[in-house]
Design a protein around this ligand. Structure first.
Ligand code: 0L1
Ligand code: MG
Length: 262
């Protein structure tokens, strides 16, 4: 760790302000000399600000879970972030793109925690159900460009998520075909194998990595396991669906331009 608590809080405040004002900021964590541990401390302070405004912690998310994204970033480890109830968009619900800076959507798999999870708990004991999901990511950095400490500090670009109908755990999750549809057209396709070879591994990594920061998955929490395809920009008016064969679909739509809450 190189950043003191005050400096971490200051960086968190700047990221929070960027999100709230929907105005991209310059990269700031790496520039301040933050290492990975510092970046998670900034992330904790950033999400703490949301909780202090009345939001509730409802889960965790994994990021950079595909080998392609890891290679792109020059890293060999996945990253994780925190989800709050304010990010939860009901299945079939809407978002207003004006609430974000440059939102993108990606199809994911979500897990529902059966109980408070301890390191070493088996996936089958800890996870009650699985669902298709969509994640809306929105980097608070200009041009969606960042270093690894920057994106960790920015809560791994977490902005919103939608979980489809929960399903009992199927026999296999490792290679289910996945499609991202916009307005009925398939714009990205892939497989759950893109999520660390098997989305169950995302659970193991979430437990291991979050434990380093003293964070544990809680009963009833959601874990977003990671993206099965590249993320696609979300434009006003778009109807978006994640289709995971064998699991079902999750959908949301973006309100038409100017139709939002203003
Ligand atoms: O959920 C993700 O995999 C995103 C992680 C952060 C990197 C990005 O914003 O693309
Ligand atoms: Mg994601």
């Amino acid at each position: 760790m190189t950043l003191d608590k005050e400096r971490a809080a200051e960086l968190a405040a700047r990221l929070d302000e960027a999100a709230r004002s929907r105005t991209a900021t310059a990269q700031l964590a790496a520039a301040a000399g933050a290492d990975t541990d510092d970046a998670y401390a900034v992330q904790a302070a950033l999400v703490e600000r949301r909780l202090a405004r009345g939001e509730r912690a409802v889960g965790l998310k994994m990021g950079l879970t595909s080998h392609a994204k890891m290679a792109q970033m020059g890293v060999s480890e996945v990253i994780w972030g925190r989800l709050t109830d304010a990010m939860d968009v009901p299945d079939g619900g809407s978002v207003d793109t004006a609430d974000y800076i440059h939102p993108r959507v990606e199809p994911e798999v979500a897990f529902l925690m059966a109980r408070d999870v301890e390191p070493g708990d088996a996936f089958e004991d800890a996870v009650a159900a699985v669902a298709p999901a969509l994640e809306l990511i929105d980097s608070r950095y200009a041009d969606f460009r960042f270093s690894l400490p920057d994106v960790i500090a920015d809560n791994t670009s977490a902005a919103a998520f939608t979980v489809g109908p929960w399903q009992p755990l199927p026999a296999g999750l490792a290679d289910l075909p996945v499609r991202l549809e916009i307005d009925g057209e398939t714009v990205e396709s892939g497989s759950t194998a893109a999520i660390l070879g098997d989305p169950r591994r995302a659970f193991e990594e979430a437990v291991r990595l979050a434990d380093r920061s003293g964070v544990r998955l809680r009963e009833g929490w959601v874990l977003l396991a990671g993206a099965a395809t590249a993320a696609v920009p979300l434009r006003p008016g778009a109807a978006v669906r994640a289709v995971v064969e064998g699991l079902g679909t999750a959908s949301l739509h973006a309100l038409p331009e100017g139709a939002g809450r203003g």
